[in-house]
Ligand binder design. Structure first.
Ligand code: ATP
Ligand code: FE
Length: 337
């Protein structure tokens, strides 16, 4: 089956075409308008989605080398995300389905981040996890440990009670004076620094849950005190601060994954979401794989941040079950699986 996927949950407008589980095209339009504001401005995001959606979908269909008539279903992100942004993708998907007489498939954005592992580059691509596996989903809005039972059944066994890991990266970066989004910049600077230079407290939180808001506060107070003694402290120690901070975030994340792997006996561990681009996190996972005998999976970079390929693959598995929704479907901003 040929599925058109549409993603518009936050600040990326994306469309992708998949043939069964093999990707044919994946087009992403980023929005630069938010850079000046240090974060995503919802109203600007939905306006940019409106401008981008038609050209992005047209390009995805063209790049895929298919025609509109070849498409068998339209999958779209129903939520969670920004309401104004979701409305653009949802309305477009409904209109496209209605005009072309196609079934509509709703996709949970977080589910889709995990499903990125099942996108194949070609028919011979066999590097997919088998079931069950553990997935650490770390993105701008979420940090979760998920037991993935099969393509459509996922159980969240732990999650953040406050900030997400990506948020921790971005908020700490802001305190250091780095532009938004700071995660990739911290990653880059951390490579030049000593991760043992500074110690930040790790939260004491039960089970497989996370908390990152305390880290942000401790970084704020630590830097405030150091800057009193030396106004150049950040400039002189930027790489060490970034490396130490990144190590703390990775320690927090992986301590719980190690615990989950031990308790469940599952030895396949996958990363998903934008933060899985972090080189320190990738290195740590590789190192743990050797130590613990895990088999690990990290999706291609373009499938870790927001993209429609992951929506299309999720749509494909729902298509196989004929799991369709009607034209009355409305987006949701927040929800559980
Ligand atoms: P959600 O899916 O939870 O709604 P989102 O889609 O906005 O959130 P993603 O696009 O998956 O989030 O990820 C964006 C986050 O990933 C940002 O917080 C960004 O700073 C972070 N990020 C991207 N690359 C890196 C990196 N190399 N190191 C650390 N963080 C990174
Ligand atoms: Fe996302």
């Amino acid at each position: 089956a040929i599925i058109l996927g549409i993603e518009s949950s936050c600040d990326d407008t994306s469309a992708a075409v998949i043939k069964d589980d093999v990707i044919l095209s994946n087009v992403v339009a980023n929005q630069d308008v938010h850079k000046a504001y240090g974060g995503v401005v919802p109203e600007l995001a939905s306006r940019a989605h409106q401008q981008n959606i038609i050209p992005v979908v047209e390009k995805a269909i063209k790049d895929a080398g298919v025609s509109r008539n070849d498409i068998n279903a339209v999958a779209f992100t129903r939520g969670p995300g920004l309401m104004g942004s979701l409305l653009v993708g949802t309305s477009f998907a409904k209109g496209f389905a209605l005009a072309n007489n196609l079934p509509l498939i709703e996709v949970n954005h977080l589910h889709a981040h995990v499903m990125a592992h099942f996108i194949k580059e070609n028919e011979h691509d066999t590097n997919q996890p088998s079931f069950p596996f553990l997935c650490l989903l770390v993105s701008g809005g979420n940090s979760q440990i998920i037991v993935v039972r099969d393509q459509l059944h996922m159980e969240i066994i732990g999650q953040t009670i406050d900030d997400a890991a990506g948020e921790a990266f971005d908020k700490c970066a802001k305190i250091i004076g780095l532009p938004y989004p700071g995660g990739p910049l911290i990653d880059k600077m951390a490579r030049e620094g000593n991760a043992e230079a500074f110690k930040f407290n790790k939260p004491k939180i039960k089970d497989y849950n996370y908390s990152f808001s305390g880290l942000k506060t401790s970084v704020l107070y630590f830097l405030r005190d150091e800057l009193k003694k030396n106004p150049e402290f950040i400039e002189e120690n930027k790489a060490d601060i970034c490396a130490s901070l990144q190590k703390t975030i990775i320690d927090i994340l992986m301590d719980k994954v190690i615990k989950a792997a031990k308790d469940t006996g599952i030895k396949q561990v996958a990363l998903a979401g934008g933060v899985s681009a972090n080189s320190g996190l990738r290195d740590r996972l590789t190192q743990l794989a050797q130590e613990k005998g895990w088999k690990t999976f990290i999706p291609k970079f373009s499938y870790t941040t927001d993209n429609a390929a992951m929506i299309a693959i999720n749509g494909y598995y729902k298509y196989l079950k004929q799991d369709f929704v009607g034209q009355e479907v409305a987006p949701f901003a927040r929800t559980e699986f």
